[in-house]
Design a protein around this ligand. Structure first.
Ligand SMILES: NC(=O)c1ccc[n+]([C@@H]2O[C@H](COP(=O)([O-])OP(=O)(O)OC[C@H]3O[C@@H](n4cnc5c(N)ncnc54)[C@H](O)[C@@H]3O)[C@@H](O)[C@H]2O)c1
Length: 307
């Protein structure tokens, strides 16, 4: 039985492909952008295709005997906010194409990465899977829509949909431009390239992060477990302030120049500082293995040969 990874050419997808093929799984990647993958895995099959094109989705799902789908293909911020209708075609219609076709063709499990942004800017921890979702972006409203339709399919049909709400995923290959929370990546990239960085947040601004290897482990745990009771899980990650990240980077790259100039856009600042307290306990029980210093060390050492 094979595994389909939509969006398998992206940041999280590339790491997931390696992990699954290393575990001797037959992996098929379906992505609109397979030509530009730097880190292709020879052991996987790569198919160029668009999830918003139902015929293409049908063709790939009919061709292989898939048992499971990791559905990662998506448009991310800021593109979702700039062109909501385009994002709707991919994130909502595309997801329905994948979900419905997979369901019709006997796929047993769909794993979906949702986002911690579904809780809204004034959220107060601790959160649970039942907490009110209160999105403030097009991106997070689409995440909620997919969580709901996925869990309805789990209840109505013979398919097991599981989603995990990730915090900001950090690791080499992450897109620093992705939304308001991309600054930890930008900080590291600029430090690595000797470029002074001005963070558009206050030094106290805290966000939850998770290392890419831990995020991939969560996806694999969700896929493997047959003892889970929820369709949607929260992963809290490690809550760190912008100053802690800057100080951690300076320990590894003492010459790094990082200063803070909070955005004048009150909305952005409100969103970021609204996420300010630690969640006490997460239901999934997975915090990630790495501490901030390890995350930064690993990011920087994996990237250093490029210099
Ligand atoms: N990176 C994070 O911090 C983070 C946090 C929470 C959730 N997520 C979710 O994880 C998933 C993967 O995110 P990522 O960081 O790897 O993003 P990414 O942009 O690196 O990967 C997305 C992939 O989807 C592909 N894609 C886009 N449109 C497509 C289409 N029409 N048909 C087929 N493929 C298409 C892209 O080519 C890309 O390879 C997304 O659903 C994202 O919302 C990511």
């Amino acid at each position: 039985m094979a595994i389909l990874i939509t969006g398998g050419a992206g940041f999280i997808g590339c790491y997931l492909v390696h992990r699954l093929v290393e575990a001797d799984q037959e992996v098929v990647v379906f992505d609109i952008n397979v030509d530009n993958i730097e880190d292709k895995d020879e052991r996987a099959t790569y198919i160029q295709g668009d999830i918003s094109n139902l015929d293409q989705v049908r063709e790939v799902i009919e061709k292989y005997d898939f048992d499971s789908v990791f559905h990662l293909a998506s448009i991310l911020p800021p593109k979702t906010e700039e062109d909501p209708y385009f994002a709707f075609k991919i994130n909502i219609e595309g997801t329905m194409n994948v979900l419905n076709t997979a369901c019709k063709h006997g796929v047993k499990t769909i794993i979906y990465p949702s986002s911690a942004t579904v809780f809204g800017q004034d959220r107060q921890p601790p959160f649970t899977e039942e907490d009110l979702r209160d999105p403030w972006t097009v991106y997070s409203s689409f995440k909620i829509c997919n969580e709901i339709i996925g869990s309805i399919y789990s209840k109505k049909f013979d398919i097991n949909f599981r989603a995990v709400r990730f915090p900001v995923v950090i690791g080499p290959g992450a897109d620093p431009m992705s939304g308001m929370s991309g600054y930890p990546i930008e900080m590291m990239e600029d430090a690595l390239h000797g470029v002074p960085f001005v963070a558009k947040v206050t030094p106290e601004t805290r966000i939850p992060i998770i290392h890419i290897d831990d995020a991939v482990q969560v996806l694999i745990n969700l896929w493997r477990s047959d003892q889970l009771h929820f369709e949607i899980y929260d992963i809290d990650g490690l809550w760190v302030s912008a100053k802690e990240i800057a100080d951690g980077i300076k320990k590894v790259i003492p010459s790094a120049e990082i200063t803070f100039k909070p955005a004048e856009d009150a909305m952005i600042q409100k969103v970021l500082t609204g996420i300010k307290e630690e969640k006490e306990k997460d239901r999934f029980g997975f915090k990630g293995k790495r501490l901030l210093d390890e995350i930064l060390q690993e990011y920087i050492s994996r990237k250093k040969p490029e210099k």
